[in-house]
Design a protein around this ligand. Sequence first.
Ligand code: FAD
Length: 469
Amino acid sequence: MADWQQELEAVVGAQHVLTHPNLLRAYSQDGYTLESAMPRAVVLPGSTEETQSVVRILARHGVPVVARGAGTSLSGGAIASQDSVILHFSRLNRIHQIDWTNRVTEVGPGVINADVSRALQPGGYFYAPDPSSQQACTIGGNFAENSGGPHCLKYGVTVNHVLMADVVLPNGEVRRFGNLAGDPDGPDWLGLLVGSEGTLGIATRLWLRMTPSPRASRTIAALFDSVAEASHAVSAVIAAGVIPAALEMMDRLAIFAVEKGAYPVGYPPDTAAVLLMEIDGEPLGVEAEAQQVLSLLEGFHVRQVKTAQSLEERNLWWANRKTAFGAMGLISPRYYVQDGVIPRHTLPIALDAIDSISAHYDIRIANVFHAGDGNLHPLLLYDDRDPREVSRVKRAGSEILRYCVELGGSITGEHGIGLEKLDEMRVQFSPEALLAHDAIKRVFDPAALFNPGKLLPTPGRCIDYDGPP
Ligand SMILES: Cc1cc2nc3c(=O)[nH]c(=O)nc-3n(C[C@H](O)[C@H](O)[C@H](O)COP(=O)(O)OP(=O)(O)OC[C@H]3O[C@@H](n4cnc5c(N)ncnc54)[C@H](O)[C@@H]3O)c2cc1C
């Protein structure tokens, strides 16, 4: 038994230090199915103080640390790279306080995203960022990935909803970042930490903004015979000045999968694209905007437009959409989710390009995405038992991301860089920009012990970017 292991057990209790290979195997992967690694151990801290002590012990022994929530990361962020120890936050899963007066909820990082809204709903509030994984993913993981979701088009992503956080830094200090007023006093350190993928600090307590639940909403599904036509409709809705709470698209292969899944809606199998739109707010405003959208749609070749007639129907449509990734398991042994962003008006050519990439690499690709903000999620279907197919799927994924950059977009909308997109970081950023990123990392974590090998390509390994020695 390593010295550090005994020291960890003294802090958190032996039952909260996992070392048996059978237990560690459960932590060897996350939602990014193309890579895996066994951690050296998994530690389950029960408080900020225990997290701090664990970080100090491991830092003293030079052991790298990877924080983990629910392991739903789609970019390999929660995988134990470089022989790390995983800190799993399932014990810090309490909603500590709901301050209805100031509209702030105080939570542990292991609280499940959907549980926050469930707790707030009776008081007429909700927690706005709603990743499709919200029934499983945690607030700590959302913090690290700056997660979005279908309803973030109108309400903003995680960084807009975390007011304050207690963070354990790589040197073992605990610092409180942000404030309850939600207005940074000085540099926005909290803004820097949100989305830093666990490479700069580990959140152990978070204060979240509560959003009043809208008094009314209308959900509209528009079925199209052409993806291009659906894409033009997306641009037209936004150009008309309507900001729907959500504006999502699924293409034919995605529709085929979700209709086989647990929440079939009854979309005809030959539908080329479905646009799912939600408008919410005050009743009169919602009615007016819904009418505006419906008349806009009349200017397009829409096969059918439906408005949800009940809360049950609305919930079914959303369950159908939000389980789309999982439904891929019904039509393929494995799937690999990409996450690129493009300027919205380039949607039709981007989707055409994805079609060509699919044909070129002989990989089926389904598209399910946040159309309103141009955040694509091509789902590349493959069989991991065929190494040649795995290699083709990786190349196809990379080509899609490179094309997003070429169109003036980016290599991630919300799933992060993790292990997955290290190479594409060099496509997105200049060597100078990468050095600036690296300099920030060195300020927080000079020994590179927090989530090493993620987010930033390692200096020296890259062709066109070399960090300081
Ligand atoms: C079916 C499915 C649908 C999804 N839909 C969406 C979507 O709509 N929008 C979206 O944005 N994402 C989506 N995701 C991706 C994923 O759910 C999010 O990235 C989520 O925030 C990860 O949370 P987690 O608790 O699973 O974190 P993990 O996967 O455990 O970790 C993710 C990252 O966070 C770090 N981390 C975890 N806890 C902490 C902490 N306390 N402090 C610091 N760093 C920490 C980890 O080190 C890792 O880098 C989806 C994933 C799946 C599988």
